[in-house]
Design a binder for this molecule. Sequence first.
Ligand code: CA
Length: 490
Amino acid sequence: MKNLKHIINAILGVSLVCSSVTSFASSAKSTVDERPNILVILTDDMGYADVGFNGSTDIKTPTLDALAEKGTTFTAAYNVHPFCGPSRAGLMTGRYPHKFGSQFNLPRSSRAGGLGIPLEETYISKVLQDAGYFTGAVGKWHLGEKPEFHPNNRGFDEFYGFLNGGHDYFPSKFKAKYDKDVERGFNHAIFGYLKPLERNGKEVEEKEYVTDGLSREAVSFIEKAGEDKKQPFFLYLAYNAPHSPMQAKQEDMAQFPEITDKKRKVYAGMVYAVDRGVKRVVESLKATGQYENTLIVFLSDNGGKPKLGADNAPLRGRKGSAYEGGSRTPMFFHWPKQPISGKIFTHPVSTLDFYPTFAELARATIPEKKKLDGKRLFNHIMSDTNPRGDEMLYFMRHRKGFSEVSGVKNNWKVANISGNKWQLFNLANDIGETKDLSAKYPNMVREMVAELEDWSWTHPQPLWFHIHEEGVQWREMAMPRFHETFKVTN
Ligand code: CA
């Protein structure tokens, strides 16, 4: 990672994306690199109302709440997609995953069927690595498992975690099951959630509750980064909590004696373990002198599943939905060195925006041919202006024989959830999408639907399907059937 190019970049800050960035990250004229560290903390399937800073009344998240209070909280932050794989693909590539055939989760089969996010989509991690950042990914990957799709080959110097879409939490249990399957001669047939974790491609034996193991590894990365202040770091800490399987430590659940619902209690314990982990991470940033100049971004990858104990209130819908509950996520930015403390940012932002925003902060060069769908956020945070003006944010999730689609433009939201009826909501006073205003503003519906339709024609056929049967249905039903999706009958 420390080749000559990196060192030159670090010292001279030569690869400017845009000169205006100097207002956010001091010009690196000295030998000390003053570009910020960037730490993304992603939770998995966490509901809108499942952290204190975003309205939870029963789940305690003291560390996250304290960071949110001292940072900028986003009230209209969106994931690119309402479930895991495409959401993460959007974050890493800065593009709608629909545009490069990655609309579905990778196949559930062993080794993800050998598939992964197309290599021509340069990840933000690679751009930051090339700009001289020390880069690490800890936790869930879910973007391809073959060597060419591995984090170490997509811009991460260090990786600790697991490559598939989830993992069991208690090593004593998952290791016993795994050992039994190995004894039975299984290899390809072993469920990915039971497999050993890995470090840079080599299997390791994780001995801690997985959330604690990931926190430990994040701390270890931060300590390593702290040894050489000349090189800023980018850490992508992707906790699988509170994604299923629902498994919490007794001591974490004991934090919530007032929660009587069993599912909610387990879920609360899993979220609390993340908060404990973030506390350790913050302490390590302080201990290594990196706290002041680290941008911490916290969010979930998509909405929660109420049947597993999550709460998306006051939003309508849940994980997988094109209603707000699918993609609107609690989010904050925290960065002591910048005056963003105490701000509440209400304009719509997307994880698509991370790529150009981080590249700007790092004064990194984005490959000339790289296409991006996001916006640079910092000027807008400082001036409290809408990063995308009248541009729409698009959401599309394919179902059996139809698609759930929605679009958000300023405060307006148009949505087709059932496949045959368009609704219109004013999110400014109806965040819960309860009052359909489509009959009152038919022209606005037509205009917004037409814009969504234009966007949809940029999508190639999906490169894969999560479940084989989905692919069969897709072909048999002549999907995507956009001629039906974008018909406005009301
Ligand atoms: Ca997820």
